[in-house]
Design a protein around this ligand. Structure first.
Ligand SMILES: CC(C)(COP(=O)(O)OP(=O)(O)OC[C@H]1O[C@@H](n2cnc3c(N)ncnc32)[C@H](O)[C@@H]1OP(=O)(O)O)[C@@H](O)C(=O)NCCC(=O)NCCS
Length: 143
């Protein structure tokens, strides 16, 4: 399998949303995952949005962001038929490298409590869990 990793482009938008759907990541297409919002995010210097491609087919994603203090690993996803081949590891490491070039020294990820695969993956990659509770307030539900 010759999968290559490159920066995502706006032309990858439809494939990216389809991949989020298949991977049960519930894309917020009327919120932060809308096409205009993704276009804006792609133009930002604070994003490292990467895709793994088998030929022209998008088979994995990671959306790295940073707030100048921490780098965040978001929307890590690999198509079911491409799992268990180390692709997620490659995507996270590529994202971390790009974020480190921007000066980030802490990488973080939010993982749902029942997502065993993702928890195991981040542990393997050297991430530690904390007792911090995640609080958030949405301006509107779809965001
Ligand atoms: C989580 C996910 C991205 C892993 O992708 P992947 O390419 O299969 O992962 P890798 O092959 O790089 O696996 C690396 C490690 O992750 C862990 N892991 C991956 N899948 C696992 C599973 N189903 N159960 C337990 N551990 C798992 C293992 O520690 C694995 O190491 P190993 O191969 O030595 O056992 C993929 O299952 C996925 O897309 N899930 C749905 C979306 C999702 O939950 N994303 C995370 C949001 S925080």
């Amino acid at each position: 399998m010759a999968v290559t990793i490159r920066r995502l482009r706006l032309s990858d938008y439809a494939a990216m949303i389809a991949l989020f759907d298949v991977c049960d990541l519930q894309p917020r297409v009327r919120g932060r995952d809308s096409r205009p919002n993704i276009a804006k995010q792609l133009r930002s210097h604070r994003t490292v949005y990467l895709g793994a491609f088998d030929g022209a087919r998008l088979v994995g994603t990671v959306l790295g962001t940073h707030d100048t203090r921490k780098g965040w690993i978001n929307r890590l996803a690999v198509l079911p038929e491409y799992r268990h081949r180390g692709l997620a590891v490659k995507l996270v490491r590529a994202c971390e490298r790009a974020l480190r070039k921007e000066g980030l020294q802490i990488m973080a990820a939010l993982v749902e409590a029942d997502n065993v695969a993702s928890q195991s993956l981040f542990r393997k990659l050297g991430y530690e869990t904390t007792d911090i509770l995640y609080y958030r307030r949405k301006v509107r539900e779809a965001v």
